[in-house]
Write a protein that binds this ligand. Structure first.
Ligand code: FAD
Length: 335
């Protein structure tokens, strides 16, 4: 089980309009064409439809939801292969949708953990774990203090940034951490930072790693019946006939009086507007051609953002060997 990042992230949302010189042939026409039926595309399409717009979604896969995907193929148990968490239920639009679609969601007790090390179960309330937790908090305070000092020293200029790993190395060296306490410290770095931000500390910014802005107030809840309930609700409200699955967009032409969207199917789609919710990876790969090309500022932003892999693997064990704990975790001797 992993902790995760990014709430119902709208990702990169580009609203573009059509070029006047393009021909309006007998292709399908709509007010708005949304590209991608993830939570961003479904959310945008529903909002527009509720305001009276004729909107459709073009989706490359044969299913909706994108990175929000509940898979029930393992004994019918709803497993969230993508997002699971509402990161703070207060003021979160997902909370309202959960209520609307009757999707039960419950808080997760982060303190309920069964830990293993070197093949043996550890006592969850042991002095060892408490010490490791305090040390990790000390590290976070240390980072905070250093960041304040750097910002103060830089005055009005941009403070110099570097990898969070540098701070990790400095802390280890300053404290003279070795052996078991070092292992425990690195476990916390991995669990609380790298798992949460889906990146190695070598790739995380010392100054900005925690400025993700996705965590809201309140409990962090999960859906026992799967996050997919929200997707099914949104897709149902929009109308399945408005979602064109297996329509991978290949090209988007845009200008002052409309858009024309090409897919891997023979039909093309014309509209007044297009909303692209294409994931960053697709944009970085240049899988979809934009005509005219996206502005330099947009391309620069796209190319400056890095994308990390974040996978969940589900195991089925013949019997329950763990305590009645929420988390089952293992301290590794190596990263
Ligand atoms: C393992 C994992 C765990 C996560 N855990 C959490 C969590 O607990 N809580 C949380 O808030 N967030 C979590 N996230 C992040 C969250 O899942 C995403 O931020 C969110 O689902 C992104 O939604 P989206 O609609 O912007 O993009 P996507 O869900 O990626 O939707 C984009 C859609 O566009 C489609 N598409 C791509 N190319 C084309 C094309 N050429 N033509 C047409 N369609 C195309 C894709 O098939 C996809 O359906 C997690 C992500 C992962 C991977």
């Amino acid at each position: 089980m992993l902790k995760t990042g990014a709430v119902s992230a709208i990702g990169i949302l580009l609203v573009l309009v059509f070029s006047p010189q393009l021909s309006l042939a007998e292709d399908e026409k709509h007010d708005v064409i949304v590209v991608g039926a993830g939570i961003a595309g479904l959310g945008a399409a529903n909002e527009l439809q509720s305001r009276g717009y004729d909107v459709i979604i073009l989706e490359a896969k044969d299913r909706v939801g994108g990175r929000l995907y509940t898979d029930s193929s393992l004994d019918g148990i709803p497993l969230d292969r993508g997002a699971s968490w509402i990161h703070g239920v207060i003021g979160n639009p997902i909370t309202g949708l959960a209520e609307k679609y009757g999707a039960e969601n419950v808080p997760v007790n982060d303190d309920s953990v069964t830990l293993y090390h070197n093949g043996a179960k550890m006592d969850g309330s042991s002095e060892r774990l408490e010490k490791a937790g305090l040390l990790f908090n000390e590290f976070l305070d240390d980072v905070e203090e250093k960041r304040e000092n750097i910002s103060r020293a830089a005055k009005d200029g941009a403070p110099p940034d570097y990898a969070l790993q540098v701070a990790v190395d400095e802390f280890i060296s300053d404290k003279g951490l070795t052996g078991q306490i070092l292992t425990d410290f690195l476990y916390n770095v991995s669990w609380c930072l790298e798992a949460d931000y889906a990146a190695d500390t070598e790739d995380l910014s010392f100054l900005h790693y925690d400025e993700v802005g996705y965590k809201l107030e309140g409990d962090e809840n999960v859906f026992p019946g799967g996050y997919g309930q929200i997707i099914q609700g949104l897709a149902g409200d929009l109308g399945e006939d408005k979602i064109y699955k297996k329509h991978a967009v290949t090209k988007i032409e845009y200008g002052n009086s409309g858009v024309k969207v090409y897919t891997n199917q023979s039909k093309t789609f014309e509209g007044k507007y297009v909303i692209s919710t294409l994931p960053l990876g697709v944009l970085r790969n240049g899988d979809v051609e934009f005509s005219p090309k996206l502005t330099d500022a947009k391309l620069e932003a796209i190319n400056h953002l890095k994308l990390a892999n974040f996978e969940k693997i589900f195991f089925k064990f013949p019997k329950v060997f763990w305590d009645d704990a929420v988390w089952l975790s293992r301290i590794s001797n190596e990263k």
